[in-house]
Write a protein that binds this ligand. Structure first.
Ligand SMILES: NC(=O)c1ccc[n+]([C@@H]2O[C@H](COP(=O)([O-])OP(=O)(O)OC[C@H]3O[C@@H](n4cnc5c(N)ncnc54)[C@H](OP(=O)(O)O)[C@@H]3O)[C@@H](O)[C@H]2O)c1
Length: 325
């Protein structure tokens, strides 16, 4: 059974650095090659992270015969095209969120993975980190009864730099696809698909949502109140009101070292901590390797169905706020 994998990275920005840092802690993972639009940047990155090969174009890396699996870390708008190119070159793909900028793109990516019979997964890393695995388990087991409501936010003050992807519509900018995806993912995985979505947004001069407020409504009057914003730092917590307890994923809820605070109706408090020595990207990378070693072409955790459900929810919110990419 193959247990060692050669990784390549396309797009050497902020997240690529974090991912490359954590890849060093994954057993059997070797960062073989990196590619940037700038050869100099690729060379420096390769030196920092001990990658053997570096390229000044993405195409060269996709053709590197030594690379098994490619992590795509460019702005969202390039995910579809790059994913399809990699899959056609028979490279397994781990592609950053948002997977695509709409459902049609995600469907095309998945359909290509199926046709080429090559592994593809959305890098929704939260799904793999220990505290999130734990919360999913206690919610599924109904340890504290049914969920009555969920409140989740993600906000930070982003510098208003129109050259950077966050405010640039041509680069898929806006708060929802960048960070709102996490509260939406929390509602989707912990409650499910809402019957009704209400949403409103504040728009930047560049016509992207710099803030997005959402209410998801489910049967039995269950609600999820979700928020993403590039205008201010917010608690970035996820609070779940259940029949028998209030459960809080502490700040920042989507990443380690978030803890889980449980306050039961009789007033007892418990804090469960999940010490993690890395940034948390190693879990998704190790999962990809596990899937590859089992000759899987789809993740058993972040399945195609999960990615389709997630992008469909984002599409519904985008339609409500009137934003089309
Ligand atoms: N999972 C997470 O925790 C997490 C966190 C942050 C971001 N992300 C996701 O990761 C992706 C990248 O985010 P980031 O924060 O790393 O962005 P970033 O710092 O702007 O880096 C993106 C990289 O993409 C490449 N790129 C290719 N075409 C580009 C273009 N026309 N304009 C700008 N960059 C271009 C650039 O690499 P080269 O110059 O080397 O070609 C750039 O450095 C996004 O989809 C984002 O949603 C995920």
């Amino acid at each position: 059974m193959k247990t060692n994998y050669n990784w390549g990275i396309l797009g050497l920005g902020k997240i690529a650095k974090k991912f490359a840092t954590d890849l060093q802690s994954v057993e059997g993972a070797n960062l073989k090659a990196v590619a940037s639009r700038s050869l100099k940047k690729a060379e420096e990155f390769a030196e920092d992270f001990h990658a053997e090969n570096y390229y000044g174009s993405y195409a060269e890396l996709t053709e590197d015969p030594e690379v098994d699996v490619i992590y795509i870390a460019t702005p969202h708008v390039f995910h579809k095209e790059l994913t399809i190119t990699c899959l056609k070159a028979k490279k397994a793909v781990l592609c950053e969120k948002a997977f695509g900028i709409n459902k049609t793109e995600v469907e095309e990516m998945i359909s290509t993975a199926k046709t080429e019979n090559v592994f593809l997964m959305e890098a929704l890393w939260t799904h793999f980190v220990p505290h999130y695995q734990y919360i999913l388990e206690i919610i599924q087991q109904k340890k504290y009864g049914e969920i009555k409501s969920l409140t989740a936010d993600f906000g930070f003050k982003a510098p208003y730099d129109l050259d950077k992807r966050l405010f640039n519509k041509n680069l898929g900018g806006g708060s929802l696809l960048d960070i709102g995806i996490y509260p939406v993912f929390a509602a989707m995985t912990l409650i499910g698909i809402p019957q009704k979505i209400e949403a409103s947004a504040k728009f930047s001069e560049t016509k992207v949502d710099e803030e997005c407020l959402m209410t998801f409504s489910y049967a039995n009057n269950v609600k999820a109140h979700l928020k993403s914003t590039l205008l201010e730092k917010t608690p970035t917590e996820c609070i779940i009101e259940l029949e028998e307890a209030t459960v809080k994923l502490t700040s920042r809820f989507h990443e380690p070292p978030s803890s889980i605070e449980i306050t039961t109706k009789d007033g007892k408090k418990e804090l469960i901590e999940f010490p993690v020595a890395t940034l948390g990207y190693n879990y998704e990378a190790a999962h990809v390797q596990q899937m590859l070693s089992e000759n899987k072409t789809e993740s058993t955790v972040m399945t195609f169905e999960n990615s389709l459900r997630l992008i469909s929810l984002l599409d519904r919110v985008l339609e409500k706020i009137g934003l089309k990419y």
